[in-house]
Design a binder for this molecule. Structure first.
Ligand code: MG
Length: 250
């Protein structure tokens, strides 16, 4: 997929011509894999919706970035592990930007040119591990904590700052917001990140979650084995993941 994204300008017209000439399958007959199975990197921004910054009792004047390990990637309908070492599994519905072109030091006005497309994602988090130290990395990086999909909608088809975003647990609405509420817009995020690092095709950017996470509720509400968590984003679709107890490798 990363090869396909890298050479998209060449591949796109070929695919367009093939429309209607290739075999089609029902969604129910196929198993969807993560649209990018092994991105070069996953960057996530924290506290990027006012509602979430407020419920967290924190705010950041600077963009606050962390990484998720690339091995945390999971398929749009795969299970999420409730870890052996923690019960504090939480959800975070997020719009995920997929980088399309290599870039460094881009300004916000041209940042959109480097986005391939968007998918829905769950920046699932193990909260106690997130806050054991000042570094979020481990709490964000357990296996299966980054389900994405169900596909990538290309950037020409979508306005990333004009989408309804929701999260449901067992059908009950837990988060409901609009991407226009982001504090730092997707273009600002790419511009800022690119001051520090080269962004490459297939890199994923988790663009922040709105208010309503389980950790901020009173009492706190953690995901349990058997729960089904769905992230739904307007014009993209939804991913849905059942929580299962992690099994120790034999
Ligand atoms: Mg997040």
């Amino acid at each position: 997929m990363i090869e396909c994204i890298t050479h998209w300008d060449r591949i796109h017209p070929i695919l367009d011509k093939a429309t209607g000439q290739v075999a089609t399958h029902k969604l129910s007959d196929v198993m969807l894999l993560p649209p990018v199975e092994r991105p070069g990197k996953i960057m996530g921004i924290g506290l990027n919706y006012g509602s979430h910054a407020e419920e967290s009792g924190q705010a950041s004047a600077e963009q606050m970035w962390f990484t998720k390990a690339v091995t945390s990637i999971s398929a749009p309908y795969a299970t999420i592990d409730l870890p052996i070492v923690s019960h504090q599994l939480d959800y975070e519905a997020e719009l995920v930007a997929v980088i399309g072109k290599r870039c460094r030091h881009v300004d916000p006005d041209s940042a959109a040119d480097y986005v391939f497309g968007y998918c829905a994602g769950n920046d699932a988090t193990i909260r106690d591990w997130q806050f054991k130290t000042s570094q979020f990395t481990l709490g964000k990086s357990f296996d299966t904590l980054a389900p994405i999909g169900p596909w990538i909608v290309t950037a020409d088809d979508i306005d990333p700052q004009n989408l309804a975003i929701k999260c449901f647990v067992n059908g009950e609405e837990r988060q409901s917001a609009h991407t226009s509420e982001m504090i730092f817009k997707v273009c600002d995020q790419i511009a800022y990140l690119s001051k520090a690092m080269t962004l490459e095709p297939g890199d994923l950017i988790f663009t922040g979650t709105p208010g309503g996470v389980g950790a901020a509720r009173s009492p706190q509400l953690w995901l349990e084995a058997g729960d089904r968590v769905r992230v739904e984003i307007e014009h993209i679709g939804s991913i849905e993941n059942e929580v299962v107890a992690e099994r120790r490798p034999s």
